[in-house]
Design a binder for this molecule. Structure first.
Ligand SMILES: *Cc1c(COP(=O)(O)O)cnc(C)c1O
Length: 232
């Protein structure tokens, strides 16, 4: 069943690509496995998933050694500075960098472990009060500072769009993030590339792909509904 879900999501991504003349190989599916038991991650792994998204440092640490070494763990949730040290050498990418203080902490911890960490700048495109992320006009000045940090590799931008019933309602948000990434790419800032656009979740990833997403973060569509009552 999980394998069927995964195949269906991949097929939907392909269809969304073909609809706008994109090559499906440009889009990476991040299987968002937060709250899900390791057995389910193994099932997804056996069905071909290699990129997993988690939003808690503790969960990455718990699951990390229980899956094969070729899994790429993506940190997609809000990251507290005091926890950076635990994942700086475990996360293949941190999607949720939204302050210079956080970027500087990642720099310090990455330097200690002698690793370079691929990161995305999280942008609150919709300017929702409840959400983390930089405002659109804060992103360029932020990246100009981050570009000076030698252990960080900025790969692109990420946004969490509002929860909507009709995915078309988020099209403009995705379009804005794409435009912002093009604008920033044109500045040719040292140490910064804009090859990754992480946007789209279960409810709206096809629209996000049509608007240029190169990473979609799909949880429920692969693993089913999350049961938060079981969380400690
Ligand atoms: C949980 C989560 C997702 C996946 O959400 P679904 O609606 O289950 O696909 C994607 N991105 C982030 C940042 C998340 O926290």
């Amino acid at each position: 069943m999980l394998a069927d879900n995964l195949a269906q999501v991949q097929k939907n991504i392909e269809e969304a690509c073909l609809a706008v003349g994109r090559d499906p190989s440009e889009v990476t599916l991040v299987a968002v496995s937060k709250t899900k038991p390791v057995e389910m991650l193994k099932e997804a792994y056996d069905a071909g998933a290699r990129v997993f998204g988690e939003n808690k440092v503790q969960e990455i640490m718990d699951k990390y050694d229980q899956l094969p070494g070729d899994v790429a763990w993506h940190m997609i949730g809000h990251l507290q500075r005091n926890k950076v040290k635990y994942i700086v050498d475990k996360a293949a990418m941190i999607h949720s960098v939204d302050s210079l203080r956080l970027a500087e902490t990642i720099e310090q911890e990455a330097a200690k472990k002698n690793v370079r960490v691929p990161i995305l700048a999280e942008v609150n495109v919709a300017e929702e009060e409840s959400k983390f992320g930089l405002k659109v006009d804060e992103v360029l000045p932020f990246l100009e500072e981050v570009s000076k940090l030698p252990h960080l590799e900025v790969r692109g931008l990420m946004t969490i769009a509002p929860f909507v019933d009709n995915p078309e309602d988020n099209r403009e948000i995705f379009h804005k993030l794409k435009e912002l990434s093009v604008d920033i790419a044109e500045k040719n800032i040292n140490n910064i590339t804009m090859s990754v656009l992480s946007m789209g979740m279960t409810g709206d990833y096809q629209v996000a792909v049509q608007e240029g997403a190169t990473m979609v973060r799909v949880g429920t569509g692969i693993f089913g509904e999350r049961d938060y009552s079981r969380q400690d």
